[in-house]
Ligand binder design. Structure first.
Ligand SMILES: [Mn+2]
Length: 286
């Protein structure tokens, strides 16, 4: 995979770094996103610090792993155990190995898999009630062991968009799909501009009051009023799934060349000699 990210924290002078945190690790092929729960601010606690420590600990635990050895839920359990900051957070750990994506997810951060311009998978959202996602923390009611575990088959060319609710609550899936498609046309397989354009689109929508948003629709379903987008920190990580490594493609090329040669020796060349001999033979008898 090739991955990159873009983060736009909500404008808040007291918390310039916002409450989201994320990482991605190319070698281990792991992505993590977390969203510190804002409710802690009432108690004078910046839950962004919890989210940042959680993601730092998760990243540290995988940095020397190979993709096949990563178990997303174990990463989450381990990171939670090591994180001592006060606060709580949603969290999603995604691991790519071979053609398989595995993820462990608590709350309403998550990811979508886009194939050929269409969303083929969207991770499930866990929430206790409207706008109260499952969250892990120092004393929360949710445990990392309760994370939803999912596995998705991937194909070369798939795009994984991992994000906090700042994206998913503001931008409809169709807009994510068209933005990703446009970026692929404009920039090729370059995850940085795609992550940036998705985050900027979410930021724009989050400030609008006149256009609908997924958040507005969910609020209405839950019996709340409110129009437009949701002001929030916005984290977007985009990963393009490509077959990794020149060596891999070279060995595949070599293998197909050998197979073709063997095929030709076994089947084509005797046929050729047979045809040649036959034509010669027949020629003699005309
Ligand atoms: Mn959020």
């Amino acid at each position: 995979m090739v991955a990159d990210s873009h983060y736009i924290p909500k404008d808040n002078r007291n918390k310039p770094r916002g409450e989201d945190a994320h990482f991605f690790c190319r070698k281990a092929q792991v992505i993590g996103v977390a969203d510190g729960v804002g409710g802690w601010a009432k108690r004078g606690i910046d839950a962004g610090e919890y989210a940042r420590q959680l993601m730092t600990n998760a990243a540290a635990s995988v940095e020397n792993s190979s993709p096949a050895d990563v178990d997303p839920k174990s990463v989450l359990v381990h990171a939670h155990r090591k994180t001592a900051a006060p606060g709580s957070s949603t969290a999603c750990i995604i691991s790519l190995a071979g053609n398989r994506l595995r993820a462990a997810n608590v709350g309403d951060s998550g990811f979508a898999v886009i194939r050929g311009g269409k969303t083929v998978y969207r991770s499930p959202v866990q929430q206790h009630s409207f706008n109260t996602p499952y969250q892990i923390g120092i004393a929360g009611r949710d445990r990392p062991e309760a994370a939803a575990e999912v596995a998705v088959g991937l194909e070369s060319g798939d795009v994984v968009v991992a994000a906090t609710d700042g994206l998913f609550d503001n931008v409809f899936p169709e807009e994510v799909e068209t933005t990703v498609e446009l970026c692929m046309t404009k920039y090729g397989v370059a995850p940085a501009p795609a992550a940036r354009e998705l985050a900027v689109a979410a930021r724009r929508k989050s400030l609008e009051r006149d256009t609908g948003s997924p958040f507005e629709a969910a609020a209405r379903d839950a019996g709340f009023k409110g129009r437009g987008g949701k002001r929030d920190d916005i984290t977007v990580v985009v990963a393009y799934v490509i077959r990794d490594g020149i060596l891999d493609s070279l060995s595949n090329f070599a293998l197909s060349w050998v197979k073709k040669k063997i095929f030709s020796w076994i089947y084509l060349e005797p046929l050729y000699y047979y045809a040649y001999a036959k034509s010669f033979y027949e020629l003699n008898f005309i």
